[in-house]
Design a protein around this ligand. Structure first.
Ligand SMILES: Cc1cc2nc3c(=O)[nH]c(=O)nc-3n(C[C@H](O)[C@H](O)[C@H](O)COP(=O)(O)OP(=O)(O)OC[C@H]3O[C@@H](n4cnc5c(N)ncnc54)[C@H](O)[C@@H]3O)c2cc1C
Length: 469
């Protein structure tokens, strides 16, 4: 590798630099490679591209403590100022929504008192400091927007639309005025995520339709920790060499019950989409004209989260009988994410909760609380419940018990890899490797942007100190 190649990248418009490696193979040099082009990858890219949030004195935060702490540094961006003093404040503010103080802080500054139903203006203003750009590439398997490209068009997002704002260019700005509906369909949100890179000037940083297949760490001849990132783009293979790697890969794969035969059983599905497809293709799912219901065996829905509720709603909307099995007791359901959703904003989910806790009945719906599937044999599930072991016959079983990351491109994944530092988002077990978004515990867009701010702060500071060496 040419010495000083990284300095060439200080040209702010250079996203990467073509070079030849030790073996004579072509290689692309950049400072940072971000893997994943969902909301996390896009938010981080904006920060690395020089978009800086400043405390807006003219739009004071309703918390006097926070206002006083930030007022004295209003001329320095949140990317560039010392913020660890806020850790205590944020920990006190957080109601268990996110494990990370910066996630809570950023959310609170952009949407002051949002959880109390207030619609205060954002306490942040934005400046684009183009001279402070960090050369970086954001690699994603599909188009910008990440997993939002896969969400069902019929489903309304859980988040209010303003909670899905990415840094510096919110949904209302994109729509050109105040949003009149609290929740916008996934289709609209997806279009916003696609429009975001152009507006923020980060399109040149995105390498879409490219999959990372291998990430390796090594120490270069100057003793610096470096990373090689290899993969395939629609136009052929690529090989990046960089100082930092950020995993913004989200939670891709549905979790399984891990029971023998589960993966091979065509009637056992994971997630709503395959269930919808199976019901659509299955002649047995057609409604009997006389009775108005399906005479087929029930769909067994496993789980008590949002996707499980969506599956129940889909079956009931198609007059398909449902057995809904979940581990928690009916009393415990009230304190889950699903149970806490407000009836006025989420009437569809509250209707499922009422069925789950027995406050309402439906001839097509049977709840099985405090139960778990212990074995599956063809179309029969062996179920353990408080009344003992029983069997449940099903047409389909849909397992909706969350998602897990797919990090197969890393040579070894230890459990503490994603247990990142709460302020820098760097992995303590792999310096130079960062995790953001759900991978780091920031599951919702409103929180993951603050996490990306934390990672960007650390990356920008350490890239700048490298340059001074
Ligand atoms: C059904 C459902 C509904 C949801 N609703 C909401 C909601 O209403 N509000 C909310 O805030 N959150 C919601 N979420 C949570 C969601 O995880 C976040 O909104 C957000 O998408 C996380 O952003 P991310 O960029 O970290 O990950 P993702 O959006 O998952 O994007 C990561 C991207 O990285 C790509 N990738 C992974 N591995 C590689 C690789 N090796 N090479 C190249 N690319 C790779 C993936 O293809 C993916 O496109 C929902 C999640 C689900 C499953």
């Amino acid at each position: 590798m040419e010495s000083g190649a990284f300095e060439v990248l200080r040209n702010p418009d250079a996203v990467y630099q073509s070079c030849i490696d030790e073996d004579g193979s072509p290689i692309l040099l950049t400072d940072v490679v971000v893997i994943g082009n969902g909301p996390s990858g896009l938010a981080l890219s904006a920060f690395l591209a020089g978009w800086k949030p400043f405390y807006n004195k003219k739009s004071a935060h309703p918390s006097r403590v926070l206002h006083q702490k930030l007022l004295g540094h209003a001329e320095t961006s949140l990317v560039d100022q010392e913020l660890s003093c806020l850790e205590e404040y944020c920990a006190a503010e957080d109601g268990g929504r996110s494990a990370h103080p910066l996630s809570v802080l950023y959310d609170s500054l952009v949407r002051p008192d949002a959880d109390l139903g207030h619609e205060h203006a954002s306490s942040l203003r934005w400046e684009h400091k183009t001279e402070q750009r960090v050369p970086h590439v954001v690699i994603g398997a599909g188009p910008p927007g990440g997993s939002w490209n896969d969400y069902d068009d019929d489903i309304m997002p859980l988040s209010l639309s303003t909670w899905l704002d990415l840094p510096g260019f919110g949904i209302s700005q994109w729509l050109g005025g105040q949003i009149l509906c609290a929740r916008l369909p996934c289709l609209v949100i997806r279009k916003y995520f696609k429009a975001y890179p152009k507006h923020m000037g980060i399109r040149k940083n995105l390498l879409s339709y490219a999959t990372v297949t291998n990430v390796q760490k090594f120490i270069d001849t100057d003793g610096r920790h470096m990373w090689d990132v290899r993969g395939n783009h629609v136009n052929g293979p690529f090989h990046f060499r960089c100082k930092k790697v950020v995993l913004a890969t989200g939670l891709k794969s549905p979790r399984m019950l891990n029971l023998p035969g589960e993966a091979q059983n065509e009637r056992v599905l994971h997630d709503l989409q395959p269930l919808k497809q199976a019901i659509f293709n299955d002649i047995a799912c057609t409604v009997d004209v006389m009775s108005g219901v399906c005479s087929m065996k029930p769909v067994l829905v496993v789980g008590d989260g949002i996707t499980a509720a969506d599956s129940v709603l889909h079956c009931l909307a198609n007059n398909i009988p449902v057995i809904h099995l979940f581990r928690r007791s009916q009393k415990e359901i009230k304190s889950t994410l699903l149970g806490r959703l407000s009836n006025s904003i989420y009437p569809e989910y509250q209707s499922v909760v009422r069925l789950m806790v027995g406050r309402e009945v439906d001839a097509l719906y049977q709840p099985m609380p405090q139960s778990s599937v212990v074995a599956i044999d063809d179309a029969v599930a062996e179920v353990k419940s408080p009344s003992g072991e029983t069997t449940v016959e099903f047409r389909y079983m849909v397992v909706c018990i969350g998602r897990r990351p797919d990090l197969h491109f890393l040579p070894s994944v230890s459990a503490d890899l994603t247990a990142v530092h709460p302020l820098t988002y760097e992995s303590p077990s792999a310096p130079g490797l960062y995790c953001v978004g759900p991978l780091a515990g920031d599951n919702f867009v409103r929180f993951l942007v603050g996490g990306c701010l934390g990672a960007a702060r650390h990356i920008i500071a350490s890239c700048a100190s490298d340059d001074q060496i």
